[in-house]
Design a protein around this ligand. Sequence first.
Ligand SMILES: *[C@@H]1O[C@H](CO)[C@@H](O)[C@H](O)[C@H]1NC(C)=O
Ligand SMILES: *[C@@H]1O[C@H](CO)[C@@H](O)[C@H](O)[C@H]1NC(C)=O
Ligand SMILES: *[C@@H]1O[C@H](CO)[C@@H](O)[C@H](O)[C@H]1NC(C)=O
Ligand SMILES: *[C@@H]1O[C@H](CO)[C@@H](O)[C@H](O)[C@H]1NC(C)=O
Ligand SMILES: *[C@@H]1O[C@H](CO)[C@@H](O)[C@H](O)[C@H]1NC(C)=O
Length: 494
Amino acid sequence: MLRLTVAAALVSRALAAPAAASSSSAPVVNTVTVGSTTFTNHGLVGAGSLPSNARDQFGDTIGGIGSAIAFDQSSFTLNADGTYSGVLYTQPDRGWNTEGTVNYKGRIQQFNLTLNPYYGSADQSSADQITLAYDKSILYTGPDGIETTGLDAAEIYTSNDVDYPAAYLPGTDTLALALDLEGLVHDPRDGSFWVSDEYGPYIYHFESDGTFISAIVPPAAYIPVINKKTNFTGTTDPDTGRSANHGFEGLSISSNGTYIYALLQAALVQDGGTHATREEYTRMVQYDISDASSPQLVGEYVVVLPQFEDPDESKNPRTGESSELHFINDHQFLYLPRDSGRGQGQSNSTSIFRNAEIFDISSATNIAGSKYDEAKNPVAKDGDSLESKVTPATGTPFVDYNDNSQLNRVGLHNGGDNDSTDLDEKWESLALVPTSQGSNDYFLFTMSDNDFITQDGYLNGEQYADDSGLNLPTQILAFWVTISDVESGVELVN
Ligand SMILES: *[C@@H]1O[C@H](CO)[C@@H](O)[C@H](O)[C@H]1NC(C)=O
Ligand SMILES: *[C@@H]1O[C@H](CO)[C@@H](O)[C@H](O)[C@H]1NC(C)=O
Ligand SMILES: *[C@@H]1O[C@H](CO)[C@@H](O)[C@H](O)[C@H]1NC(C)=O
Ligand SMILES: *[C@@H]1O[C@H](CO)[C@@H](O)[C@H](O)[C@H]1NC(C)=O
Ligand SMILES: *[C@@H]1O[C@H](CO)[C@@H](O)[C@H](O)[C@H]1NC(C)=O
């Protein structure tokens, strides 16, 4: 009774499965089995982009939106003409920050997405199967109704005994909540938003109109401490806690809204988080939010990030830091480890590692509430080796973004010409929507973070041009995947 399927709840307006999706001759790029779940990648069915100089209702450049995406699942519909459409919420991080942080107000950029899926095998000349029509922006407010900022969190604002990352609004003595947002969840129960950040690293809860509700403060082990004092700045690595710019990149919710999960981009400092080659022991927290006003930490797991050899680096192996997390069922998750400094506009146009992977916590040790929640007890001192009592979760590669045989089908490529159809450097988001009722077929959407890099930028009424000289589009991809055991939701309504 409670196991009403996600598909049934989500696509009640869908007409039928796409012919290709229901065909037994469906193309298979690769299949992996993890536990009792089978994951099949049928390849790309679409790509699209948003120009770097697009602007929102406030006149600000629309950028950074691939930092986090979430569908209004109930809006995703198969149209009579074979296209799909739905409301996509996207969330920029802290604004244009390639030359220092700026006073960018945290927000959601809401789009109508349309996918005209391409199932053919011939290479397409343009990446135009997905279109994004900007709809509106939803501004977040901080505690006490104060606007938020993307400026570096060098200060602390205390409200109701909670210390928040903060910065002075320019030219004022007003402390504002400082946000560098990376994770976004649309709560299926009431349409509110849960949001994770890098400064805290905290998980924030906002009303559907952006009004602040509350924050989840993680265990002490996560809080950045410099010289024995909490310090949320992103300019230096702390002595313990999350390392700079390596906060909760990934956030996801169980289908029924009972649990929220947040995954660190890479290890905490005390677990080796400041070494690019030894930061693989990252952590995921799980909170029971069935009573949203009183979240309870119920799970905490070590996840070993994958490592890869980079022939152009002197120290190897490198750690694939993760930019996203997506719930599959109560023990399995998708996450998004990748390289950096490679891709469109970068000094090397060829990425060597970008992979949506699966990890499974079935046999991992739950360390929630243990001594490891104190900063003085690392799970992996300096990242050298994991405490013997702690069994981690490890990943299984699934969808390889850099597969040119797939990218070329939708008008894109990895490496080679340094042009606007080379894949962007930073892929940071995943969203899964069912293609039709009663099947295990899904579209796996993913979007890039372009860091607001444009020569025609606007912020708070001022113009800017990024020093790189680049105009970097936001890119979006849709893979068609079959997953045999996505957990059903119970209350997927808004
Ligand atoms: C988005 O879709 C909604 C609902 O169909 C519609 O009312 C709105 O005008 C659309 N907005 C854009 C920008 O297309
Ligand atoms: C945090 O550290 C930064 C950099 O060292 C410093 O500028 C700032 O004042 C510190 N903030 C607090 C609240 O101590
Ligand atoms: C919600 O899903 C979780 C697993 O993800 C399960 O443990 C829990 O029992 C479910 N809650 C309800 C009310 O069905
Ligand atoms: C790509 O173009 C940008 C901007 O001109 C440049 O900085 C970068 O080095 C180029 N990369 C390659 C691989 O040519
Ligand atoms: C770019 O990276 C690839 C893969 O590591 C390497 O083979 C190639 O030599 C690099 N190109 C440049 C210009 O550094």
